[in-house]
Design a protein. Structure first.
Length: 207
């Protein structure tokens, strides 16, 4: 026996399949959007938070090295050490400035830049042969270091807070995508059942 569909059944089947096709396209677009959010979050966490955390760490190490050298009794190499360290710090600051800064982060970053510039300028004015812990110049430099470390600590905490916020946003996007996928499966099952009924059930004839 040859099995075939009537014209009406073919039309209904075409409409049902078109609905399924449009549903799949729509859900794929939604999934793609959520995937883009997750991808952007991962990039942001790495470039604007993890790398920045490393910049802060390296700046702190360089400053600590400079400060210890200033306290030592040997000043012959201090000028060259300051010059090399300051160049490295400026390079790190330049990289830092090109990352995304929150409003609060921008305030601490500007303060950090100002304090570093003041420190560098003050270092140029020092007579290194006369440096002594009792002289005011040491206290002035220590004040610059104290302010710099305060800003570095604040910036470091911001990296942790922003990383946590970005990860939470990413997890929320993943959860939403997962929920939509489950709804999509349910809808497709429902449409499949309805498709069977529309195609194979013959319409009732009213006498």
């Amino acid at each position: 026996m040859k099995w075939s569909l009537s014209t009406a059944q073919k039309i209904r089947a075409g409409i049902a399949l078109a609905i399924v096709f449009l549903l799949i396209i729509a859900t794929n677009q939604i999934d793609s959007n959520h995937f883009s959010i997750v991808k952007k979050t991962l990039t942001t966490v790495y470039e604007d938070r993890i790398l920045v955390k490393n910049y802060i760490y390296n700046i702190s190490r360089l400053l600590d090295k400079k400060q210890k050298a200033l306290r030592s009794e040997s000043y012959s190499q201090l000028d060259s050490l300051n010059s090399a360290s300051n160049d490295s710090i400026r390079s790190l600051i330049n990289k830092f400035s090109k990352t995304y800064l929150t409003e609060q982060e921008a305030v601490h970053f500007q303060s950090l830049e100002n304090s570093l510039n003041s420190l560098f300028n003050h270092e140029k004015q020092l007579n290194l042969e006369k440096i002594d812990d009792k002289l005011p110049t040491i206290d002035v430099i220590d004040n610059y270091y104290d302010r710099i470390y305060l800003d570095l600590d604040a910036l470091s905490k911001i990296q942790i807070e922003e990383s946590r916020r970005q990860i939470m946003q990413s997890n929320k996007s993943i959860d939403t995508s997962d929920l939509i996928s489950r709804i999509e499966i349910g809808v497709l099952i429902f449409i499949g059942i309805m498709l069977q009924l529309l195609i194979f059930l013959k319409p009732l004839k009213i006498k």
